[in-house]
Design a protein around this ligand. Sequence first.
Ligand SMILES: *Cc1c(COP(=O)(O)O)cnc(C)c1O
Length: 370
Amino acid sequence: MKAVKKMSISVPFLDLKEINLRFSEEFAEAQKRVLESGWVILGQEVEAFEREFADFLGSKHCVGVANGLDALVLSLRAWIEMGRISRGDEVLVPANTYIASILAVYEAGLKPILVEPDENSFLMHAKNLHEYVSPRTKVILPVHLYGRVCQMDQIMAFAKAHNLLVLEDCAQSHGARFQGISSGCFGDAAGFSFYPGKNLGALGDGGAITSQDDEFIRVVKALRNYGSERKYHNLYKGLNSRLDELQAAFLRIKLKHLQEDNEHRIEVAKYYLENIKNSEIVLPAPGGAGEHVWHLFVIRSKNRDKLAQRLLERGIQTMVHYPIPPHRQMGYKELHGLSLPLSERLHEEVLSLPMGPVIEKRWLYFASQL
Ligand SMILES: *Cc1c(COP(=O)(O)O)cnc(C)c1O
């Protein structure tokens, strides 16, 4: 192995410690409250968080689960239990998403059909879906990748025309809105992740499902807890995917600051967009007001690796989301035959710059010198 010079980081990619230390006193109070309640899983903190997050989004229902992957799997499984889809049915999913969106489809016994994104926005777009839809297609799984909401009016119209269910993957888009409606409120259901690095992150794992459909919510609530509504009575072969009281209590605190945290991210993105002048860099398209909450600020460059190295030498940490396309992953051999040239190229060119709610403007002067 080549010796690597130890480099000191002046601009961290995402400083989770600073992000969470802002709330240390409130977290301590929340912990005490949970301890004194004597109840640690699926209790009143979870119920309160579910209500508060649903209200924040403008959703009728929210159900807390163990993580974002499970939120997607449980939603698909609920539709199978309800007889709305069957094992083996096809699900349209973006080819350039994080692996969880695709794994969830397999976990539910369904077949993912990988769809090339729109090159400009990186997102699934209705105009591309005609090529992929078949009589076996039953679900569209749009991902609001990097924090920007897909053009949901067109995706919903396409779904309606083809009689498809829509499951939104909102793991990166907490609080992003399209035409005044929050991501997570367009589809038949949506999955959120509260993995610590997300825009709304817990101090461990967590996730949630949102929907406007009462019956679906009843099934999902049973599925997350061994398929039971009454203890030791199992209506379905469910999962164990429950949200802890502690995580829910922490999330309630962080939810109060989500809007201002997102606004900070929007300010950082604005700075980058105004100050990066290098013609070899393709800047991300911001979309309309409020559509992008900048979970990630993803630029493109033909010399991505060199650019990342140059930045690291100056102490600026970057990451690649994601280095290997899902259809080239070792564990997904059934997808290896696919040719998805645009997604393959994006995976070679994308680079994520430092982004988050505690980044200070004075750290970002490097943008004008890229
Ligand atoms: C993080 C993420 C998930 C999965 O969330 P976990 O809580 O890590 O299971 C799903 N989809 C996307 C797009 C993600 O970024």
